[in-house]
Design a protein around this ligand. Structure first.
Ligand SMILES: Cc1cc2nc3c(=O)[nH]c(=O)nc-3n(C[C@H](O)[C@H](O)[C@H](O)COP(=O)(O)OP(=O)(O)OC[C@H]3O[C@@H](n4cnc5c(N)ncnc54)[C@H](O)[C@@H]3O)c2cc1C
Ligand SMILES: NC(=O)c1ccc[n+]([C@@H]2O[C@H](COP(=O)([O-])OP(=O)(O)OC[C@H]3O[C@@H](n4cnc5c(N)ncnc54)[C@H](O)[C@@H]3O)[C@@H](O)[C@H]2O)c1
Length: 477
């Protein structure tokens, strides 16, 4: 520590200026609290710099290429698209640069937040220190995110592997990208690169998209395979070796015991990393998932401390980090009883087709509630907008327990946007009838939600009893 250490007092000290930390800082500062925010790297964290934004920007470039390839289906003649990798990277960088001001130091200083661009750590239970500062705070938020988990596979650490921090700036478009992991990162990147012209092989030790509805995941996986992605399920990577500039991944499955590629992307999950935080000095308990907090997001061992986003060891999404900031604000500042589990969690994998999940999957609902679980579904191939646009692959499936919504899964074009309708209904405890009792503009894809909900009532609405009732009512003049 330098001799000129700045002593600060704060209502709230936040470590990490990613989605969770920034949302909490903006809320608290605008409510009049004195906030000190530490960030050791880039403002905006993973989502802006190495996660959601670059991945969705890359996917959009890839979708443009796919659109050109598909144009003939609509009567449009084109030539085969060519990828200018430098220009694609410029598009990705441009998206980051356009959003960056919203997360910038200047914006947060404008809100009254003291921003310190240094690594922070605990020096005791209520004090955070950095190279040039010491902050005593009434409340402390740990929002330090997560990092790519590199599994202990023989030879991997010595191989020139890529992660989400390097894939978006890789110098040349990979000739053959081998991806370890068939989760959202692996599959989004697989589709992006195959569409941009790389050969792509995904090695997954279990089922690809393991957390999604099994039927809907299968639809998306089939579509990716049809586009040329090789997806090897039930293949566990066991060893990595290098040979004449290429990388070999050796698996435990004789069907494909060795895959050789030009580049290797590791996408085998993400872990919260406490290194450098001196959590023991802060009396903050930590395990391999993250900071030990319950549904209230508050450390059991040091109640002054809260954990938000990926550091809290729950679902790893930007919208969850934002929601955690909201839970903190409601609990700590407004003394409300909101918990992290108060609302159902949406998860969307942005492949084409998208796979969007909310609350329980059908399998999870059956495991939890048993045989009274039913589903009500509607296929995209009966949706007029999908037909008109030639994108009929997909389905909306509502999961019900005793007629009450407990989950939903949608696979298809725009699934993530369409899911929001169900999210509003479920989050606000609306009855299933709420999803039938509105005028849905025609022709929209989101009509599938109304049709799936209506399908649940069809047997009753058009039953013999209903026909009898209508017959009787007709006698009334
Ligand atoms: C490739 C990829 C694609 C993704 N796509 C999506 C998506 O489409 N939708 C979605 O919802 N989620 C997506 N995610 C997940 C999402 O990015 C994370 O869940 C989200 O960024 C978590 O936010 P956070 O605030 O917890 O952490 P982060 O955004 O990681 O921020 C943590 C910050 O803390 C800083 N920090 C750490 N330690 C210290 C310290 N000691 N002192 C000071 N600063 C520190 C870090 O530098 C970092 O800036 C994606 C992730 C990846 C990797
Ligand atoms: N669209 C989105 O919202 C989005 C996109 C990307 C990432 N994310 C977030 O980032 C997190 C991390 O994503 P991820 O895809 O890296 O992790 P993940 O945990 O979702 O998937 C990792 C996959 O790697 C497999 N795997 C692990 N070790 C293996 C081995 N040795 N050989 C073969 N397969 C192996 C696992 O079985 C698993 O299916 C996600 O949980 C998600 O919350 C979200």
């Amino acid at each position: 520590m330098t001799s000129s250490v700045q002593d600060l007092k704060a209502d709230l000290c936040i470590i990490g200026a990613g989605s969770g930390g920034l949302s909490a800082a903006a809320g608290a500062a605008q409510l009049g609290l004195k906030v000190v925010l530490y960030e050791k790297h880039e403002m905006g964290g993973d989502c802006l710099n190495y996660g959601c934004v670059p991945s969705k920007a890359l996917l959009s470039a890839a979708k443009a290429a796919a659109g050109v390839r598909e144009a003939y289906k609509y009567g449009i003649r084109t030539v085969d698209p060519k990828t200018d990798w430098e220009a694609v990277k410029a598009h990705v960088a441009g998206a980051i640069a356009t959003i960056a001001p919203v997360d910038s130091q200047e914006r947060f200083e404008g809100l009254g937040v003291t921003v310190i661009r240094e690594a922070a750590r605990f020096s005791d239970k209520k004090t955070i220190v950095s190279e040039s500062s010491r902050t005593q705070a009434r409340r402390i938020i740990i929002a330090t995110g997560s990092r790519a988990f590199i599994p202990p596979i023989e030879g991997l650490k010595d191989a020139p592997y890529l992660t989400n921090e390097t894939i978006f700036t890789v110098p040349n478009l990979p000739r053959h990208l081998v991806i370890l992991g068939g989760g959202p990162i692996g599959l989004e990147m697989a589709q992006a690169f195959v569409r941009l012209g790389s050969k792509v092989t995904v090695i997954e030790m279990g089922r690809a998209m393991p957390r999604a509805d099994a039927e809907h995941a299968a639809i998306a996986i089939k579509a990716l395979r049809e586009e040329g992605v090789t997806i090897l399920e039930q293949h566990k990577a066991q060893r990595v070796s290098q040979e004449n500039g290429s990388i070999r991944v050796h698996t435990d499955n004789d069907a494909a015991p060795m895959i050789e590629g030009s580049h290797l992307l590791v996408a085998t999950g993400r872990r919260a990393v406490p290194d450098g935080l001196d959590l023991e000095k802060g009396g903050v308990e930590f395990n391999q998932k993250g900071i030990v907090v319950g549904d209230k997001l508050r450390s059991h061992s040091n109640p002054r401390v809260w954990a938000l986003g990926d550091a809290a060891g729950m679902e790893q999404f930007t919208h969850i980090a934002g929601w955690h900031a909201s839970v903190f604000t409601r609990r700590a500042l407004f003394k409300q009883g909101t918990k992290a589990s108060s609302l159902p969690v949406p998860a969307v994998t942005y492949t084409s087709p998208e796979v969007a999940q909310l609350g329980l999957t059908e399998a999870e609902a059956i495991a939890k509630h048993g045989s009274k679980v039913t589903t009500s579904a509607f296929p995209f191939h009966e949706n007029d907008r999908a037909i008109a646009e030639g994108k009929t692959l997909g389905e909306c499936k509502l999961v019900l327990y005793k007629g009450k919504l407990v989950g939903a899964s949608i696979v298809g074009e725009g699934a993530g946007d369409i899911l929001q309708l169900v999210s509003v209904a479920m989050s606000n405890g609306l009855k299933l009838t709420a999803l039938t009792n509105f005028i849905s503009p025609y022709p929209t894809r989101a009509e599938v939600v109304k049709r799936a909900a209506s399908a649940h009532f069809t047997p009753v609405v058009f039953s013999k009893n209903a026909q009898r009732l209508v017959g009787l009512l007709q006698r009334i003049p």
